[in-house]
Design a protein around this ligand. Structure first.
Ligand code: ZN
Length: 460
């Protein structure tokens, strides 16, 4: 078989494919090469990185479990089962190099790489590729074939996964995004941390506290100074013989961008500390719970903030945090949950009337209690509407049918509308001269905020 020079050259040229794990690995190789983007890695740099990965494997191959430097050997069981490191006869520099060397062109299979379409250099199986990938990425082996055809740069990207992903809890976890600049930055940070783990750690225990994977995403957003053009994902996987896993969690672009801009903005951060405190559970601190909810229950974040305000106004006084927290919750509802301007208008009108009757009666507490259940809020509004019609017949209805529909008959939108109603009433009471009570002894999540603020040493 004749192979042109250019085809061989392509075998040291990284490209990005739609496979998230290939992309993570390609960005890790770029980070190891000191390049800004995988496609800017020169052939020479690529070869140096491949050699460096081989020497890292050689260094870990003889380390005893628990001793510093064992970490990468431990990772090898998660990502490359039955690789050269796992057999005494192959656990040598020669054995590892043989595993990690491109087959000569006369042995190439003559088929395209399944991921990028360039010439494949061999058929690869689960010894090199994590097979647990989701259905659209799953490598189904055709009958009679020995695996999946891949080019050398694509299989090398899989080989670089331990530099992109941190091990712990039986999986490797990394941060992925289709925003290439953010992705490159996140991969650079991950590479520095994971290289450090390879040099120093003797175990695969997950560090970093509760919801470390989601918290790492929040940390990455904290130190990114450009608008995100796409969402952020956590990718967790294992290629272990006993337990294949592949799990992707999404943080959509509007929420990722809201979190990024909020944690970076000194003014918004003041309210964000309370919003974080509002997320805390008996077992998990607020900021970590917020990071987890951002991926799993984004609708809950403002609702918990409103619940917190409600709990802190149970005595009938406005909490000190309200002027900071209310505008932040409002921005979440409009920027992340996309509550429409016209619905904001409807809710604001009703909130104005509610604030008026509360100011007249002086009773905030009854409204606070009524907002705990939609049913109770409906009863409270009906009663106030009756009184309103009786005493102010010339001023229009207390609440009209469109406003009622927005608050109660539009599913999740109504949920958000009721959250908005609560903060809008507090805001309008403040505008009418109600003063928030002095600050109470709210416990703020300073420990995790301090962690979030540790500046990323990989900043260029
Ligand atoms: Zn390829």
């Amino acid at each position: 078989m004749s192979t042109s020079v250019s085809e061989t050259d392509l075998q040291s040229q990284l490209v990005l494919t739609p496979h998230p794990l290939q992309r993570l690995g390609a960005h890790a190789i770029a980070a190891l090469a000191g390049a800004a983007h995988p496609e800017q890695v020169t052939g020479g740099q690529f070869d140096v990185v491949v050699a460096r990965m081989i020497s890292d494997l050689a260094a870990t191959s003889t380390v005893a479990k628990g001793d510093p430097g064992w970490y990468l050997l431990g990772v090898s069981y998660l990502v490359w089962p039955n690789c050269a490191l796992h057999y005494a006869s192959k656990r040598t520099v020669e054995g590892i190099t043989a595993w990690r060397s491109m087959p000569p062109p006369d042995r190439w299979p003559g088929v395209p790489c399944m991921l990028c379409g360039r010439a494949a250099v061999a058929w690869y199986g689960k010894g090199d590729i994590p097979l647990g990938a989701s259905v659209e990425h799953r490598n189904t082996t055709a009958p009679g074939h020995q695996g999946t055809p891949l080019c050398w740069p694509c299989v090398s990207s899989f080989h670089a996964l331990p530099y992109a992903c941190a091990a712990g809890g039986g999986v490797l976890a990394g941060l992925h995004s289709w925003d290439e600049r953010f992705m490159a930055r996140a991969a650079r940070t991950a590479m520095v941390h994971n290289r450090q783990a390879m040099l120093t750690r003797g175990d695969l225990k997950r560090g970093g506290g509760a919801f470390a994977v989601e918290f790492t995403a929040l940390q990455a957003l904290r130190w990114w100074d450009k608008r995100l053009t796409d969402g952020v994902q956590t990718v967790q996987f294992s290629n272990n013989n006993q337990d294949q896993r592949f799990q992707v969690e999404d943080l959509d672009q509007p929420l990722a961008e809201w979190l990024r801009s909020t944690v970076r903005d000194q003014e918004r951060r003041a309210g964000f500390r309370y919003l974080a405190a509002a997320q805390a559970t008996a077992k998990v601190r607020g900021l970590r719970m917020l990071a987890w909810r951002a991926f799993h229950q984004p609708h809950q974040i403002p609702t918990r903030g409103v619940q917190w305000l409600r709990d802190h106004s149970a005595d009938g006084a406005i909490p000190a945090a309200a002027p900071l927290l209310a505008p932040l919750i409002r921005s979440y509802l409009t920027e992340v949950l996309h509550v429409l301007d016209k619905d904001v208008g409807h809710v604001t009108t009703v909130a104005g009337r509610i604030a008026e009757v509360i100011t007249e009666s002086g009773h905030l507490k009854r409204f606070v209690v009524a907002t705990r259940q939609p049913r109770d809020l409906k009863s409270w509004l009906k009663k106030e509407a009756t009184d309103w019609t009786r005493t102010r017949s010339g001023e229009g209805p207390f609440i009209d049918t469109v406003q009622w529909r927005v608050l109660f008959d539009m599913g999740n939108t109504s949920w958000s509308a009721r959250d908005l109603l609560y903060i809008a009433v507090l805001e309008q009471l403040c505008a009418r001269g109600w003063n928030p009570k002095p600050d109470d002894d709210t416990v703020l999540d300073d420990l995790d905020f301090a962690t979030l603020d540790i500046e990323d040493a990989t900043e260029n």
